[in-house]
Design a binder for this molecule. Structure first.
Ligand SMILES: [Zn+2]
Length: 293
């Protein structure tokens, strides 16, 4: 989640927030159904993240959602002013229909749909993927590596080149990292900044931290203001990634805003998250909030 540089830069700001989050109780169970977002958007303004829903996604890999139970063809043809609205309703309905299937796979460490947070350790906690391969200097599971290379090429073509800074981190890596921060910061602060071994998304081989390739910003502290961050927020879903830790979601995800941390879930699932309007995986599939261990 955090590198050494990041921790040093943000610890003073984030520790008070984490302590507030830690005090919150009881932990609410999030409803997977949220109101539709702003409906004033007209036809032709369908978010880019929804476009992949129009095409079938080839089945492969460790976690797959079933096809939409109801297709657009089952509905009457909409009028010209309601086409965009109806498309969004259909996409959202199909996304929510796949939530139970996702939830059923969320505890499987080897699934592309696994959900790890401070309440949901990997099982087993020493899990390591069997299909890691190098991609841009880090290790990722094969399907995530393929997707990241496509994302990286598109980002470069768009004038927002990125490079991977951290991918898979093993249980042993995280033991060392966590111990180092406990020694440096003390237990309470370390818990707020560094995932315990077995609780890190990086251990799934499906998470990658990025920074701009070149340019003035070479640090996570400035990344949020870069064109790369804006490009990823808009386009990562087209390649099957979600920006996992969004602003204002610390009480749910357990982490502050991390616009550089991308989590691969697959194109269909990423489109479903966008279609539902959820701001976290926990919210999308209705898992309890996980502000602390
Ligand atoms: Zn990360």
């Amino acid at each position: 989640m955090f590198t050494a540089v990041r921790v040093l830069r943000v610890v003073a700001l984030t520790v008070p927030l984490m302590l507030c989050a830690a005090a919150a109780a009881p932990v609410p169970v999030l409803a997977p159904v949220r109101p539709l977002p702003d409906m004033s958007v007209g036809a032709g303004h369908l978010p880019a993240a929804l476009v992949p829903l129009a095409a079938p996604v080839a089945a492969a890999g460790g976690g797959r959602l079933p096809a939409a139970p109801v297709g657009a063809a089952a509905f009457p043809l909409p009028g010209p002013h309601s086409a965009g609205l109806d498309a969004r309703r259909v996409a959202r309905s199909a996304a929510l229909a796949r939530v139970p299937a996702w939830r059923a796979q969320a505890g499987d460490a080897a699934s592309l749909l696994v959900v790890v947070n401070k309440q949901r350790p990997l099982d087993p906690v020493t899990y390591a993927p069997a299909d890691l391969r190098p991609a841009d200097g880090v290790l990722l599971r094969t399907e995530a590596a393929d997707a990241f290379e496509r994302l990286s090429a598109a980002a470069e073509a768009a004038g927002a080149p990125v490079e991977a800074r951290s991918g898979f981190r093993s249980y042993a890596d995280q033991v060392r990292t966590h111990r180092r921060w406990v020694r440096t910061l003390g237990s309470a602060s370390a818990e707020a900044q560094s995932a315990r071994p077995g609780f890190s998304e990086h251990q799934t081989g499906l998470a990658v931290d990025v920074l701009p390739r070149g340019g003035a910003c070479q640090d996570f502290g400035c990344f949020g203001a870069t064109p790369q961050a804006a490009w990823l927020a808009k386009n990562a879903g087209r390649f099957g990634f979600v920006v996992r830790y969004q602003a204002g979601q610390q009480a749910v995800t357990g982490y502050t805003d991390e616009p550089w941390h991308l989590r691969y879930v697959g194109v269909r699932a990423a489109a479903d998250v966008a279609a539902s309007g959820a701001r976290s995986l926990e919210e999308h599939i209705g898992l309890p909030a996980a502000p602390t261990y």
